[in-house]
Design a protein around this ligand. Structure first.
Ligand SMILES: *Cc1c(COP(=O)(O)O)cnc(C)c1O
Length: 430
């Protein structure tokens, strides 16, 4: 099996996205800003690794829910309650299909990737991790896939180990994997795609190796599910976490996919309404999957919005999205490398559209601010990955990250402004 989605033969004509038409689906992309000098700037949104914009289909689904369906789910014996429950559970079906899960019992709605990982660390980890056990992560994890395991390790007396990454190109150093997987490894939890380097990690091979030794694998797919076709059965991961807002959906909704046998074995994450079957004053029994893990009134509108996002992405086609973004990223990288002082962190052969960069004299925040003055939204900072920055020996990078609604013209404009920043901050003037 291959880890490179691009190896699939898709003719070039299939890759042509009707980006103009697609952009019309996103009202916010026509926002304008007037600068201090009074000139009007169009929005160039290159902060998609932080959150993505929402198409009208998603905005409409939210509006429609509150206008025509609003009621609490699962409980009411009235028409609105039935509508809300149907729409909520129908979204779960859509999500299950989108990642090719076997059943809706494997799809738990959460607040996002962060809550999904915390759920596993809490419910699975606190039950199955014993003192001396090891959890294997990588050095390139988002804090969301690091801190929950630190908390668990401290609580249970377990040890965290890390697959290192190469400073030269931001890929995981998998050659010595056997050194990191030991007799005591109980779980491997890694990011499918790095939110700093854009690296797409070879997770299929890793999962196969782990399973040969009976070790379950969690994938942080916050950057993967929005950009790559995802098939949990083909990947054979045991847990997979992602966020709605990074894939055109609303904030405050995300997904934990887990194989049913794991969810069956796990205790509830939170207690409250909805997650129970029968309750006495001194004990309770649990609702069936996945409701056992959804205590309290869920983010009904969010789930329905995510269902609409999934429909929207499926209509365009995830393979097309991947290929278009790959081409756009290759173009951006080659144009950025025209600039002498440009240092790009993460030049993996298989990568997505997240580009972290640095130009020696220019502070990453100054660069971001300069770009913002021209309407270009990028991020500057540690990208919730302080250990990554520490290993690179820097405090921050500027990060441009793309989605399928971005264009070649926007990249040209970005390059033009980066070159202007370079002169403004004192390069190329000597
Ligand atoms: C954004 C992100 C997260 C956290 O997602 P939330 O939506 O903030 O919960 C975790 N991991 C990666 C790789 C991310 O990019």
């Amino acid at each position: 099996m291959s880890d490179n989605v691009l190896e699939k033969e898709i003719s070039v004509s299939d890759v042509i996205l009707e980006v103009k038409r697609i952009r019309n689906d996103f009202p916010i992309l026509s926002e304008r800003f007037s600068s201090e000098t009074g000139t009007v700037k169009s929005l160039v949104y290159f902060d998609n690794a932080a959150t993505t914009q929402k198409p009208r289909a998603v905005l409409d689904a939210l509006q429609n829910y509150y206008q025509h369906q609003n009621a609490n789910v699962h409980r009411a014996i009235h028409k609105l309650g039935e509508r809300a429950t149907f729409a909520y559970e129908n979204s779960r079906k859509k999500v299950a299909q989108f990642i090719n899960s076997r059943s809706t019992r494997e799809i738990v709605f959460t607040r996002g990737t962060t809550e999904a990982i915390n759920l596993v660390a809490h419910s699975w980890g606190r039950k199955f991790i014993k003192p001396g056990d090891e959890i294997l992560l990588s050095e390139m994890e988002h804090h969301s896939n690091l801190i929950p395991w630190q908390l668990l390790a401290k609580d249970r007396g377990a040890l965290l180990r890390f697959i290192p990454f190469s400073k030269s190109n931001g890929t995981l150093q998998m050659a010595n994997l056997n050194h990191f997987i030991t007799e005591k490894t109980r779980l491997i939890s890694v990011t499918h795609m790095s939110n700093v380097f854009g690296t797409i990690n070879p997770v299929r091979g890793l999962i196969q190796k782990a399973h040969e030794r009976g070790i379950p694998v969690l994938l942080d797919a916050a950057q993967a599910v929005p950009h790559l076709p995802t098939d949990v059965q083909e990947l054979d991961c045991d847990f997979l976490a992602f966020s709605g807002h990074k894939m055109c959906g609303p904030t405050g909704i995300g997904v934990l996919y887990a194989k049913e046998k794991f969810l069956e074995d796990m205790d509830p994450y939170q207690g409250g309404g909805e997650m129970i079957s029968s309750v006495w004053l001194d004990k309770a029994t649990w609702n069936e999957l996945p409701h056992k893990f959804e205590a309290g009134t869920p983010n009904i509108a969010g789930a329905i919005g995510l269902g609409a996002a999934v429909d929207y992405l499926s209509d365009i086609g995830m393979e097309k999205i991947t290929l278009y973004e790959q081409k756009l990223t290759t173009y951006a990288l080659s144009r950025m490398q025209e600039i002498t002082e440009m240092k790009i962190f993460g030049l993996a052969p298989f990568r997505g559209g997240v580009i972290s960069f640095y130009m020696g004299k220019i502070h990453p925040h100054d660069m971001a601010q300069y770009l913002d003055s021209e309407g270009i939204a990028v991020r500057a900072g540690h990208h919730c990955a302080q250990p990554v920055m520490r290993k690179l020996g820097i405090l921050a990078t500027t990060r441009a990250s793309f989605y399928f609604y971005n264009t070649y013209e926007e990249i040209d404009f970005f390059i033009e402004i980066v070159k202007k920043a370079r002169e403004f901050f004192g390069y190329g003037t000597q």
